[in-house]
Structure formats: structure tokens, C-alpha cells
Design a protein around this ligand. Sequence first.
Ligand SMILES: *[C@@H]1O[C@H](CO)[C@@H](O)[C@H](O)[C@H]1NC(C)=O
Ligand SMILES: *[C@@H]1O[C@H](CO)[C@@H](O)[C@H](O)[C@H]1NC(C)=O
Ligand SMILES: *[C@@H]1O[C@H](CO)[C@@H](O)[C@H](O)[C@H]1NC(C)=O
Ligand SMILES: *[C@@H]1O[C@H](CO)[C@@H](O)[C@H](O)[C@H]1NC(C)=O
Length: 337
Amino acid sequence: MAAGKLVLLLVVLMATTTSRAAAAAASMEGRHEEWTAENGRTYEDAAEKARRFNAGGNRTYSLGVNEFTDLTDEEFVARYTAAGYYSNATSFEFGVAVHKLPGFMYENVSLSSEGGYTQGIDWRERGAVTNVKNQGNCGCCWAFSAVAAMEGINQITTNALVNLSAQQLLDCSSKDAGCNGGYFTEAFAYIGDGGGITTESAYPYQRAQGSCRFSAGEEGVATIRGYQEVPLNEAALAQAVAHQPVSVAITAGGFRFKQYQNGVFMADHCDDDLHLNHEVTVVGYGVDDGDYWLIKNSWGTGWGEQGYMRLQKDQRACGIVGTSTRSIAPAYPVMAA
Ligand SMILES: *[C@@H]1O[C@H](CO)[C@@H](O)[C@H](O)[C@H]1NC(C)=O
Ligand SMILES: *[C@@H]1O[C@H](CO)[C@@H](O)[C@H](O)[C@H]1NC(C)=O
Ligand SMILES: *[C@@H]1O[C@H](CO)[C@@H](O)[C@H](O)[C@H]1NC(C)=O
Ligand SMILES: *[C@@H]1O[C@H](CO)[C@@H](O)[C@H](O)[C@H]1NC(C)=O
């Protein structure tokens, strides 16, 4: 993309917050109108505009203007998603093979017989989720997905909620591709291989990859033995999420996902080609407003419900338990004994 356009987009992004606040009372469409006028954007025709901000039938959720509104779907996917589609994963099997622990430890969990789980679970309420982060223009969703799962199991095991370092994973998990993508499983394998993961305050996020500043001799605050994968069905995912936050890959490229503001996002409104291109963390599920998965994203608090999405459950949910063409199993870290 031309440098001039990039500068314009940055200005647009900076202008977002104030224009959005001022227009809060206006209708959503009105706001979009204002947005396009303010930022000097015009669309090809009414059809394109409608496509970009369609009304969408009987939706159980709302779309809104956010900092991603003015990006094309392609620009958006390129900058804010980027899961691990950069190469053929077989070359990375070594670290994964060592730390991918056999079996599924929650396979015999009966959610109906365990206290409260049928009413849903929200790991935020149980103190196992830190504030929503913003990955910025760096495709390291995989690192934030792994970090949220690590923060969860660390709190559940030690009772201490601590922000952990996505930057350490970005810089040091060499089998991932930094801002160009990666897999949470490789991040778990890295954490299992090395000294664990340190805190965000010791190794803060910088929105760009740097050289690794965590040496093998150092000891992180959270260490793991490895990870396990969840069988590719939503019942198994619920068994796991009932016990800890779980990393998942998701189809996040579509316009509606990008502009999601609140409500329960409908699973058949994910992007059409069901391309798994983003990684997030499931930090609960619920039954009010219909069954949903509670997703923690890493796009800041301006997206969705303060950075979270409630995603319709029991519909293969935007690929989090696989699509017809491609699957990446959900996975969770297993603490050292
Ligand atoms: C919305 O719901 C109504 C009543 O259930 C139905 O008749 C209509 O076809 C639905 N519209 C869309 C666009 O799905
Ligand atoms: C991945 O595998 C495909 C098919 O075997 C091959 O065409 C492609 O070049 C490979 N990509 C990389 C990055 O090695
Ligand atoms: C689940 O139950 C089966 C049958 O009793 C048993 O073989 C298996 O080891 C159990 N799995 C776990 C993780 O405990
Ligand atoms: C995590 O970091 C954020 C931002 O610095 C801070 O507001 C929050 O209190 C931290 N959370 C914990 C549990 O330390």
C-alpha cells in the first residue's frame, strides 16, 4: 500500500475515538455517514456501502463503528489477524511433539453433575482473566491467545492473577513467525521448553518483534509441562473451558466480525470461506441470551463488548472446533506437576 494512504489511515485511527464519542447518540447508520464524511472516504456506490454496513436480517447482535471500520477486509485481515498460515507446519513438529501431551484430561467430566457448570462459567468473575489487550498492527494474535490461556491456568493453580508477557513469546518463540503469524501450540511448546513465561511488566508489549531478551537460565513466573488438544467438538470444548481458559483459532476475517459491537454473534455470520485466520481465547460460556462462547480478543476494548465477544454455541462457532475444510484443535496449557 502507498505510504500516503497508510498515513491517512493512521490519522483516521487517531480521529476515531473523539468522533465516535460525539456521535454516540446518533443512529448507527448516521454515525457511519458522519464517519465517511469526516474522513473523506467515499464508496464506489450505494451497494458497496450497504455491503460494508448492511442491516442483516434478524440479528441477535449489533454492528458498530470502531477503529477497524475504514479498513477493507483484506487490509484488516493482513494487519490484525494473521494466525499461523505462513508455512507448512510439519517442519515444526519437534517442539510440538515433545510438549503435546497425549490424551484429553477432561474427557470424563460430566458438566451436568458438577456444580454450576450447566449455568455457564465466566472466568472473569472467577478472577482468572486480565484486562483486554490490544495487539495493534502486529499479527501476533497467537501470542495473546496463548498468554490469556496461561494467565488463566496460572491463576487457577496459584491463585495469583498476573499479566504475562506476549512480547516474550513474540521475540523468543522462534518457531512462530512473529508479527506475521503463529500458533498458540508453538507458544505453549516454547514455554514448556524454556524457563516458562515472565510478566508483562518485566517484558512489556511493544507492537513489533525484537530480539529475545529472556534467557534460558531465567525463571518465568509460570511454567508448564506442555499442552493438550481438545477433541474437535463443542461438547469437549465445554468440558475443557469448565476447567480453564482455552486457546482457539477462529474465522475472523469477515466484515461483520470486524464491526461486531454487542450481543450474541451468529455463527453463520462468520466469513464465508471459513478461513481460520485469527486466534483468541475462550474464557467461558453462557446460557443467558441463548448458548454462547465467551471469547477474549486482543483488539482492545473498543471492539465488541469491551473487547469480548459472545459467540453462538452449538453451530461449530466460526471454526473454533474446525471447519469443513480446515481444523486447528483448541488447546490448553498443562501446568508442571
Ligand atoms: C426474520 O424472522 C422472521 C420471523 O421469524 C422471518 O419471517 C424472516 O424471514 C426473518 N428474516 C430473515 C432475513 O432471516
Ligand atoms: C508448503 O507445501 C506446499 C505443498 O507441498 C508447497 O507448495 C509450498 O511451497 C510449501 N510452503 C512452504 C513455505 O514451504
Ligand atoms: C475416562 O474413563 C475411561 C473409562 O473408564 C478411562 O479408561 C479413561 O482413562 C478416563 N480418562 C481420564 C482422563 O481419566
Ligand atoms: C494488567 O495490566 C494492566 C495494564 O497495565 C493493568 O491495568 C492491570 O491492573 C494489570 N492486571 C493485573 C492483574 O495485574
